[in-house]
Ligand binder design. Structure first.
Ligand SMILES: CC(C)(COP(=O)(O)OP(=O)(O)OC[C@H]1O[C@@H](n2cnc3c(N)ncnc32)[C@H](O)[C@@H]1OP(=O)(O)O)[C@@H](O)C(=O)NCCC(=O)NCCSC(=O)C[C@H](O)C(=O)O
Ligand SMILES: [Mg+2]
Length: 289
């Protein structure tokens, strides 16, 4: 497998001005953290939150959790200072909300360069408006620095005037467009949040749906959502065992000059072996964490 795989099954938001949550996150089983300066921080706490999240990045106390900062939107009074501070702090990524065009990605890229952001600081673009759904491919392809698309399903539902319903029928068009864009451009894509922190069954069902769709992981808002998310977005033991059987059966068939074989009555071709190899690589990367 040529592609580098970094687990991003569970990506937990936390309010940037909430000291308790920032402290707690150091011990949570999240693959990545989004230290938020946008929706979860009130206007009077924006400056305090900015200082706190930059200090958190500088602390080096978050282990192998990928540490990112969500800045305020491009059209807000806080955006420029957020980018300056986040760029200088050098997190794994700056998460930019409500990105609607390639031009906006270029604007962020320039501001990060001006802030002296290190090369390892990527851009994660949130796609959460009807315009972003229709421009998803140009957004995803806008920059090599942009490595991840993040669904913002709350804003998307708001803009669509849609309701949050089990199965997310009103959002499926947008989810599909963003996924197509991510896969067409070789980017990672994360599913949106599940708002009811008490409804763990509903949450798990949405994780399963996201994984079946092809999302690489899911964004979360509460620590109780971590366990199911990490489990659902990891290959199960059965999948790993089946993948090994598939690879072995195909190798044997190849040695006998055959291009196809069946396993448990199912056709196995080259592409199924590629899938099986990816499953093993993902499982290994997760085990190595
Ligand atoms: C949703 C919450 C406001 C609930 O908070 P609270 O009632 O305080 O939760 P608990 O009392 O159950 O908390 C138990 C302990 O866990 C810690 N905690 C809670 N949430 C987090 C978290 N996200 N990260 C780290 N730690 C957390 C509490 O501090 C308690 O710790 P302890 O004191 O030791 O017991 C709250 O969970 C919350 O604020 N969640 C994050 C909200 C957020 O970041 N929202 C913005 C992102 S979502 C979004 O914007 C989506 C997107 O843009 C879109 O459009 O869809
Ligand atoms: Mg949003």
């Amino acid at each position: 497998m040529s592609e580098d795989y970094r687990p991003r099954r569970s990506v937990l938001y936390m309010p940037g001005a909430n000291e308790r949550a920032l402290e707690k996150a150091k011990g949570l089983a999240a693959d990545a953290l989004i230290l938020d300066l946008e929706d979860s921080v009130s206007p009077d706490k924006k400056a305090e939150g900015r200082d706190r999240v930059c200090a958190a990045v500088a602390s080096g106390e978050y282990g192998n959790r990928e540490l990112t900062i969500r800045v305020n939107g491009l059209d807000t009074e806080w955006h420029a200072e957020d980018l300056r501070a986040a760029g200088a702090a050098g997190p794994a990524a700056v998460v930019v909300p409500k990105v609607n065009s390639a031009a906006e990605v270029h604007q962020v890229e320039k501001a990060l360069e001006a802030a002296g952001a290190p090369d390892h600081t990527a851009i994660w673009a949130m796609v959460e408006t009807p315009v972003a759904m229709l421009h998803a491919e140009e957004i995803a392809a806008a920059s090599e620095r942009l490595t991840v698309l993040v669904m913002g399903t709350n804003d998307l539902a708001k803009e669509l005037r849609a309701e949050h319903v089990p199965g997310r029928a009103p959002l499926l068009g947008g989810l599909s467009l963003a996924l197509l864009a991510a896969r067409a451009t070789g980017k990672v894509i994360l599913d949106g949040v599940y708002n009811d922190v008490k409804d763990l069954d509903g949450f798990e069902a949405e994780c399963v749906q996201g994984r079946q769709f092809g999302f690489d992981g899911k964004t979360l808002i509460h620590p109780t959502q971590l366990e199911a998310c990490n489990r659902v977005f990891a290959p199960s033991e059965d999948e790993v065992a089946h993948s090994r059987v598939v690879i072995e059966a195909f190798e044997e068939a190849k040695a006998q000059g055959k291009g196809v074989v069946t396993v448990n009555g199912r056709l196995i071709e080259n592409l199924h072996v590629d899938i099986a190899r990816r499953v093993l690589a993902v499982a290994e990367a997760i085990a190595a964490r």
